[in-house]
Design a protein. Structure first.
Length: 198
């Protein structure tokens, strides 16, 4: 069975890898496929890094792990990105791996009932998100909880750290950190990402 871990991946970080590893081990998956969103409609109100940068970072994040793969089907698709469209491109049964905060909002997704019917929902605990509220929102779905450490890491936090001149090294895979540095992502000026302690 395949696991699908979607997201903006702006940037991909260690909590993504920990979640994918937990799903792979606990659910005996064959592969975990990382699918960066092309044009995520639910984030239309905020600026998202170019798809080519997020795709490049996702490839770098999974490099060297035989049971992880990066998939470009969303970044290559024109128009807004909808999870159900992606799920319907896979022939085999899939497990959709989502954070508890995203899972709680899943009923607001486009064709949410079809998403829940098409995939098993594997939920990653997130700090501050009540498990019962998630379970109530996903009533009727086939869902389960993954056992993972509570890592309070998010793309928002990482982008903010870079903007404030702090290092994100070891919060993201090292090749991703180097990509952020070399391409000047998330900076408010044209300088390089400083390698200094928080």
């Amino acid at each position: 069975m395949r696991g699908i871990l979607g997201g903006t991946f702006d940037p991909p970080h260690v909590a993504h890898l920990v979640a994918a590893e937990a799903a792979y081990r606990q659910l005996a998956l064959e592969t975990v496929t990382f699918v960066p969103a092309g044009a995520p409609w639910q984030k239309a109100e905020r600026e998202v890094s170019p798809a080519e940068d997020r795709w490049a970072m996702t490839r770098l994040a999974v490099e060297g792990v035989g049971y992880f793969e990066a998939d470009d089907r969303e970044v290559m698709r024109p128009g807004w990105t909808y999870t159900i469209d992606t799920l319907e491109t896979f022939d085999e049964p899939v497990v959709l791996i989502v954070g508890a905060d995203a899972a709680r909002g899943l009923p607001t997704w486009y064709r949410a009932r079809d998403v829940m019917a098409r995939a098993t929902i594997a939920v990653i605990p997130r700090p501050g998100v009540d498990a019962r509220s998630v379970e109530r929102r996903l009533e009727g779905a086939t869902m389960l909880w993954l056992e993972t450490p509570l890592l309070a890491i998010s793309g928002t936090m990482l982008r903010d750290r870079v903007r404030r001149g702090h290092s994100v090294r070891f919060l993201v895979p090292d090749p991703v950190w180097r990509y952020v540095e070399e391409h000047g992502l998330y900076r408010v000026d044209d300088g390089r990402l400083e390698d200094r302690s928080a």
